[in-house]
Design a protein around this ligand. Structure first.
Ligand SMILES: Nc1ncnc2c1ncn2[C@@H]1O[C@H](COP(=O)(O)OP(=O)(O)OP(=O)(O)O)[C@@H](O)[C@H]1O
Ligand SMILES: [Mg+2]
Length: 406
């Protein structure tokens, strides 16, 4: 192998939140975000949503420098572990995240006499660090929402003359936020109430939430005004041209020892369905296989069956394992619907099960099982009461499973 080709490593990155070697497409979504950045009064916040592995996290990562360049502060975190957050924790979460950027903001300077006989004085700077924010919070009377709103208002009054446009709170995996009426804890509603209230007061603090398609219905269920408060951007699979870019741009360098043929690119587009995670996964595999074939002096091609088998065990099997036998039977029926990869209705599933099964499902049974499958993260219900698979290309996987076992 020529020495320069040895240095070129497999560039593809299948993995949650791993920035791809080339982020294809997504111009419209990015422009939409930049439009929201131009708001003086925040009338619209953003929800960035889509199926697993479609590229929400990495797109959110690219928004950060865009916002900072336009004079915004950016704070936030990943809410994966936040199912059990209560109201107090949400308030502390906001303070903690905010303190990362506000801790360098000096709100007062004080001259303090040094120790000893020297007459010199030292300057002590008081900043908006976490301790200060927490103290303000604790000293404000009232409910959690009164306290946190007050701190946010004070923070903005200190930041406003710093020539900043505003502050963005970006939360990934936000579908994990939930109200718990049994415990009388409403952290999700709190978050929405607080932002609605401070935005009405013309404070430019904007929410950018990303999460699975359950996120937006959940927000609206908590507070109906959420419908007007958010611009929902649904990330879909990449189109043909963007898929080709995602596959080809990373290996364009002259140092790259691998070139994919046109028909191989077509195959990768078809098998991946244009879903970004699948593109990265397949390309990573193909790249490795091609290097070996080239080194062995063989003509390389895309080993579709082997790669799909590996994808099934690496990506789908874990999720499939969470379903019970009867749930799998139901999913098997759904997978035979022509529209299984878009949306389907309970009644369609009931009808199809009558045609396919000896013991068909009743509609209340289907409703019940879809509810538990949605908790397991395999399906989700949209606002119009229709269901979809929450995992891309799940229908094809289920079909392959049934072929293998039959
Ligand atoms: N526009 C894109 N072009 C090429 N690859 C992409 C693109 N977007 C995402 N990817 C790749 O797809 C994979 C999944 O991306 P990411 O983790 O951001 O998805 P996600 O929607 O946040 O998934 P999850 O729902 O599991 O959190 C990563 O390997 C990433 O590199
Ligand atoms: Mg993600």
């Amino acid at each position: 192998m020529n020495p320069s080709t040895q240095e070129f490593k497999n560039p593809f990155r299948p993995g949650a939140g791993h920035m791809p070697p080339y982020l294809a497409g997504r111009e419209k979504e990015s422009q939409e975000f930049q439009r929201l950045l131009r708001q003086d009064t925040i009338l619209e916040n953003m929800v960035l949503t889509g199926l697993r592995g479609v590229g929400k996290t990495v797109l959110l990562d690219t928004f950060k420098p865009l916002a900072i360049e336009k004079g915004w502060f950016w704070v936030g975190t990943d809410l994966s572990e936040s199912v059990s957050l209560n109201e107090q924790n949400v308030a502390i979460r906001l303070l903690t995240d905010m303190s990362v950027v506000t801790s360098s903001v000096v709100i007062a300077k004080e001259e303090v006499a040094s120790f000893g006989f020297s007459r010199e004085k030292t300057e002590v700077r008081h900043t908006l660090n976490f301790a200060t924010l927490e103290q303000m919070y604790n000293e404000t009377p009232g409910l959690v929402s009164d306290k946190i709103k007050n701190v946010l208002e004070i923070v903005w009054s200190c930041l406003a003359d710093q020539d900043h446009r505003g502050l963005i709170f970006a939360y990934d995996e936000a579908q994990n936020l939930a109200d718990h009426s049994a415990k009388e804890q409403y952290p999700l509603s709190l978050l929405l109430d607080v932002f609605q209230s401070i935005q009405k007061k013309d404070i430019p603090f904007m929410l950018v939430l990303t999460g699975l398609p359950t996120l937006f219905p959940k927000l609206v269920e908590a507070r109906t005004f959420a419908e007007r408060m958010f611009r929902v951007v649904f990330l879909d699979r990449l189109n043909e041209a963007d898929s080709r870019d995602a596959i080809l741009k990373p290996i364009e360098s002259i140092n790259c020892p691998v070139r994919f043929h046109d028909n191989s690119v077509d195959t990768i587009c078809r098998v991946s369905g244009g879903y970004p995670y699948f593109i990265q996964f397949i390309c990573r595999e193909v790249y490795d296989v091609w290097i070996q074939k080239i080194n062995a002096g063989e003509e390389p091609s895309v080993p579709v069956d082997e790669i799909v088998r590996k994808l099934d065990s690496d990506f789908f099997a874990g999720r499939w394992a969470r379903a019970t036998d009867r749930q799998r039977e139901l999913l098997g029926v759904i997978a035979t619907l022509e529209n299984c990869d878009s949306e389907f209705m309970v009644q369609e599933v009931v009808e199809r099960s009558k045609q396919r099964l000896e013991k068909p499902f009743s509609s209340s049974h289907v409703n019940q099982m879809l509810a538990s499958l949605s908790e397991a993260g395999l399906v989700y219900k949209n606002r119009y009461g229709k269901y979809s698979f929450a995992v891309p290309l799940l229908g094809e996987f289920i079909f392959r499973q049934s072929q293998r076992t039959s």
